[in-house]
Design a protein. Sequence first.
Length: 255
Amino acid sequence: MNNRDNEPQRTILVTGAASGIGAALCQRLAAPGTSLFIHTRGRRTSVEEVAEAVRAKGGQAHVLLGDLAETPVADELIAAVAKTGRLDALVSNAGFADKTPLATLDDEALAYSIAAMPGAFHRLCRAAMPLLQAAPAGRVVAVSSFVAHRFQLGGAAMPASAAAKAGLEALSRALAVDMAPYRVTVNCVAPGYVEKQTGAHSALDVEGRARAAQRIPFGRLGQPDEMAALIEFLLSPEAGYITGQTIHSDGGMSL
């Protein structure tokens, strides 16, 4: 067999992939010819399980660890991917929810949300631009949130997360302009409330999830795989004319 037959046809980096949307996306993308770089901040056991599931489907999987709020980590992740000589898609999914009210939100907490989400996205994309520009059909997808769009009494009040996700969307649109000449698409997905896996961090308790479901026209929370399906489409050849968009998948919350 020619050695080139073993080379991946597509290399994808997914951040925040130890559980939830990121893990579901890796399961969807796993296939022969696909090399996945799977990142988590520190949940090694969980991310190794995701990697094994990818390999079981014939895909290649590489685990990367690091807190993306720390400035050097983004460059380190891209440098690890660059050793393969290519990067076809970047999915910036790592993030978290901070429910701290504005009146008690301190400077450090706000700065951490900004560093971990739009800051990390900026650093990742800046480092990855040459690889993405050289890709035959480069793709960037950032996972935003409904909290950047909904501000209502009785709803979620997450000012740090809202500011971070809004910044993420603005950077995505700016990057879409810069990457358009290279036919690289850049889009955001804005999930509504999404079910969490058992043991995963959640901003809502059981009662909070029940109240959230009452505010959703569909009457239920979304599933990680539903969000992953939308991201998978945006990474596909069929989505090659969609760029600079924020697409909501929230059961009608944004109506």
